[in-house]
Write a protein that binds this ligand. Structure first.
Ligand code: FE2
Length: 363
């Protein structure tokens, strides 16, 4: 069933619509250590929007703002706050990808569009995805420029990186009852397979619950989990997200590192706030997981979580939301054999998230 009719090379970029792209770019440079590499805007002849491209390892983030209030970008920001507009993956043939997706029930929002400049030709196309988010295909096989036609390189050195290497997965939150619809969309429209399925039995606290399905492409290079809230005594963190984002959208982007101790130490030095689990978590986990060669006292000091399965283990940590609205956040992950998502940590994490929800008056 998972015949790969739509070969995906990997993540290409994530584009955010934000209120002030210049400041967002500065923030991701100074805190997360992304290097500004390209820009478009009035100075480059782009009259309706400004975009900044930042890179670290293989991760490319694009921050875009509008110059006018009657722009789709301004409307998006007004409704959702700063958030992810497009999840972009690289393919070798955008036209073929869109055609295959359309035949299988996908909705094409932007047909294959070729843009050219001195760097060559760059092709994009878009499918409708959950809420106002789009799923973008990019073919940069014949493009040698800095990011895309219309962009100019930024001659800035940027801050020192923090060791972030690649995107591991991108998670979407949807309304109750919609998870299966989007899981089916990935399976039927894009030919993905279901890698994991978590029910409210796996992911629940005394107060709230959620369900999750993880979809991945044929090569396993891209993974897109989908969450929906489940019935609970109180408001789940997914419902809180949906309320503040005014609908479905990207909940978190997980980024890999080769040394999570160094990455998290540096991020903490740069004032990035992370979720904290109670100290008892570490005593419990030491008993449960045993010696895997990690330094438990350093994990505890930095607030890094560990989970183990049959294939190996992983280390992970989650930031607080990156905006005033409790919407998008990040995960930093270091994998040692495990292809999981940290299910053993879900309960401790969600109790910790509920503490934060309580502080916001949203539990
Ligand atoms: Fe995650």
């Amino acid at each position: 069933m998972s015949e790969d009719f739509l070969p995906i090379k990997g993540y290409d970029h994530v584009e955010f619509y934000v209120g002030n792209a210049k400041q967002a770019a500065h923030f991701y440079d100074k805190t997360f250590g992304f290097t500004p590499v390209a820009k478009r805007g009035l100075e480059t002849g782009c009259r309706d929007r400004a975009s900044y491209v930042l890179q670290q390892g293989k991760i490319r983030l694009v921050f875009t703002s509008a110059y006018s209030p009657d722009s789709e970008i301004s409307r998006h920001c007004g409704l959702h706050g700063d958030g992810v507009k497009a999840m972009a993956v690289e393919v070798s043939d955008v036209e073929a990808a869109l055609t295959a997706a359309k035949q299988r029930g996908g909705t094409v929002l932007k047909p294959a569009t070729v843009e050219k400049d001195d760097g060559g030709s760059y092709v994009t196309g878009e499918l409708k995805y959950a809420g106002d988010t789009v799923f973008r295909f990019v073919d940069r096989g014949n493009y040698k420029g800095c990011f895309a036609p219309g962009f100019e390189p930024i001659d800035a050195h940027g801050s020192e990186g923090v060791g972030l290497a690649s995107i591991d997965h991108i998670v979407t939150n949807v309304h109750l009852g919609e998870m299966d619809f989007w899981a089916k969309w990935y399976a039927e429209v894009l030919g993905f397979r279901n890698l994991a399925h978590f029910t409210e039995k796996d992911i629940s606290t005394e107060y709230s619950a959620l369900m999750s399905k993880v979809m991945e492409n044929g090569t396993g290079k891209v993974k897109f989990p989908i969450n929906e809230p489940a019935e609970g005594k109180r408001k789940s963190q997914i419902e809180e997200y949906l309320d503040y984002y005014q609908g479905p959208g990207v909940q978190h982007v997980a980024m890999t590192t080769g040394n999570i101790y160094d990455t998290v130490t540096e991020l903490r030095n740069r004032n990035i706030d992370f979720l904290r689990v109670p100290d008892t978590y570490y005593e419990y986990m030491m008993d449960r997981v045993g010696d895997v060669g990690e330094d438990w006292s350093r994990l505890k000091e930095l607030g890094i979580l560990l989970d183990k399965d049959d294939d190996g283990y992983l280390l992970q940590i989650f930031t607080q939301p990156m905006q005033d609205r409790p919407t998008l956040f990040y995960e930093v992950i270091e994998r040692h054999g495990s292809n999981g998502f940290g299910i053993g940590n879900f309960k401790a994490l969600f109790v910790s998230i509920e503490e934060e929800q309580k502080r916001r008056g949203n539990l």
